[in-house]
Ligand binder design. Structure first.
Ligand code: MG
Ligand code: MG
Ligand code: MG
Length: 306
């Protein structure tokens, strides 16, 4: 029976690259493992996989009775819908501990670092398995993406060290330069329908029984959204109604200015305001220094909805 490795819904580069890397590691250990994804890859991930000539994982959304290894989340809302019917044999993650439970003992690699791939690197080191150059390349890119080229407050020494070591294996002389190239591709929005933009990096959270959706668009220049904000807000409102959510938030993150504009659709916007200690204007507010959804947004909202 094969082991299936998958990251979270609406996969980002960390989810995809960690699934590929863990699948490689397991195969090297003699376990037949298959990298999977739960949805289409984004343009950044497509760039990474193409650059390092790695295959796109297969799409698989049902895991009942299958041996499964989850990467980059332990939140049920972000796992495959039937994950509680699967045999989860392992997790690797760098988020808050979620509500996934298992029926058998499991291998759990969870650390407060900037990226799941940093922990996957530790797994390779632990098992003393050599990382091929192309796998090292995609792991490195995932870390640069999740840590916003080391700028995110989630970035740790373990992440910078992992990038340094992986760059050496991949033969990349200037990882930061490649990171910037990546973020420019990530920033490209021309011709993309509004809904696709909102959903590009979107996560639903169960906050003490309240459903809150939070999207994030990371760009090298936030002014590209100047003429689109009304349309984006309208779509957030629609998404809120469609999904029975209390609130839908969208972070427009400017990685050069190092902050995010928060766009909000909510049944009670005062809740969001109190979470961040801010006053919104026309359902928008600039949050200076905010780059990380997991560290600078989710915990404050969870507290408010408790
Ligand atoms: Mg992720
Ligand atoms: Mg991640
Ligand atoms: Mg991210």
């Amino acid at each position: 029976m094969a082991l299936y490795i998958t990251g979270h819904k609406i996969p980002d580069s960390d989810s995809i690259c960690s699934a590929i890397a863990v699948a490689y590691l397991k195969n090297a250990q003699g376990i037949e493992a298959i990298a999977c994804k739960q949805g289409d890859i984004n343009p950044e991930t497509a760039f990474i996989l193409e650059k390092f000539a790695c295959e796109v994982p297969i799409t698989k959304t049902s895991y009942a009775d299958e041996d499964t290894f989850i990467t980059d989340t332990t939140d049920l809302a972000l796992c495959p819908d039937d994950i509680l019917d699967a045999n989860v044999v392992g997790v690797v993650d760098h988020h808050k501990l979620g509500d996934l439970t298992t029926s058998t003992p499991l291998e759990a690699w969870i650390r407060p670092v900037g990226c799941s791939n940093t922990i996957v690197k530790e797994m390779f080191d632990y098992y003393n398995i050599e990382i091929p150059a192309n796998i090292a390349g995609i792991m490195m890119c995932a870390i640069l993406s999740d840590t916003v080229i080391f700028k995110s407050p989630t970035c740790t020494k373990a992440d910078t060290k992992a990038v340094k070591e992986l760059a050496k294996i991949a033969g990349i002389e200037n990882p930061k330069e490649l990171g910037m190239e990546m973020f420019k591709i990530k920033s490209a929005i021309e011709g993309t329908p509004i809904r696709n933009l909102v959903m590009r990096d979107f996560k639903d959270f169960n906050m003490s029984g309240t459903k809150v959706g939070i999207g994030q668009l990371e760009t090298v220049d936030i002014t590209m959204f100047d003429t689109m904000k009304e349309e984006l807000l309208k779509d957030l409102q629609a998404l809120k109604e469609e999904g029975d959510r209390h609130s839908v938030l969208l972070l427009l993150t400017d990685i050069m200015k190092e902050g995010s504009e928060l766009l909000i659709a909510s049944d009670d916007i005062s809740k969001i305001e109190s979470a961040f200690g801010v006053k919104t204007k026309d359902s928008k507010v600039w949050l200076d220094g905010v780059l990380s959804r997991k560290k600078q947004v989710v915990p404050f909202l969870e507290k408010t909805f408790k």
